[in-house]
Write a protein that binds this ligand. Sequence first.
Ligand code: ZN
Length: 420
Amino acid sequence: MIPVTTLTEHFETWLRESREQSGDFIVALIDKILAGAAVLSASDIHFQPGRNGIEVRFRIDGVLHILGCLPLEHSGQIAARLKVFAGLLTYKVDVPQEGRVRSGRIEGVAQEMRISSAPTLFGERIVVRFFSPENQCQSIESLGFEKPVQQYLHEAVARRSGAVLIVGPSGSGKTTTAYALLRELAYCRETTRSIVSLEDPIEHAIDGVAQIEVSSRPDSGGTEHGEKFRTLTLDRMLQYMMRQDPEVLMVGEIRERRTAEAAFQAALTGHLLISTFHGGSAVESIGRFLELGIEPFVLRSSIAVLLCQRLLRRLCSCSEKVEQQLEIRLQGKNLTVQHYFEPRGCPCCGGTGYAGRIPVSEILPLENEEIARAILERRATGTVQLLAQEQGMTPLVDNVVRRIETGLTSPLEAKRVLGH
Ligand SMILES: [Zn+2]
């Protein structure tokens, strides 16, 4: 059997090689950690100082893994080395800073990244966030949704007006989906549309889209150091851009009332609006908009598409089938799985049993008259949820069960993401 290289073993190798190399140990080690994170498709690296040292962690497919620990005395050097990459002030250790590293600036790392620092009790905590490489920018097909959902998303972007909202908690992949929709519109050969996107921050340049970097936090002046000041707030920029003859508007995320109002206004006046919103379920997000103070008739007439999603880790091909029924409780609902697959671990998946992620979703049928009436009457979330299911909405958890039975993910992973 081929030995499985675990993340800890990778880390030990980098440590040994850095020690053996001539020159600065920390410089060599940081280079290896950054290059290693890129190879292992980590989305974030954490250097977290604590009582027992600096914990080095990688987030891979949404899950945080501890690789190892470095002596606390290196804390200053590690922070300084990483801050230099991002053009941050190394001598300022008592204020948070944030900066961006363009791709290619670090040897062996062809990815853009954002480096942020924050003062903590035991030293500066540094987090490196990788932006997904441009060539991984996905189309609707490659997102991994089931065929009917893909079709639904294609129809969504073919619209001329209304709001297309992708809902989910943080880390649910909603931004990736929104970007795929934007790319679909930008690269559409048949029709040229005037597309404007307001982002915080801009991750990739997309040809054919006027991308504007704004601050999605109202009244914030951006960070003190590092990147340029972002004084343009989303809601104001959105209102301003309406004078620039847009047909499609993308708003990175709706977080507060003023942006929500401006966005729905755009959707109601003949623009296609694409955005994301934080929420646990499609129905719950309606309740949250009402709480923000948006009138139900505005929601009723402006939202055209409401899709809620989650990301689950995809089982590697090394998984094993278990021919047994399983009772599983997800989001307070008891469900039965006819058979399932368990993660094993092989060199391909670094011993984790998983490789990549797949989305699961639910779509609220807003065109349904009874659901529309329930929204207008401000019915309770639970009531609307039951009604939506009666009217044919397949809830997210039922779609998860299907994903488990087809071996795309495991019961354990479903529980991790959705809770009991
Ligand atoms: Zn595997």
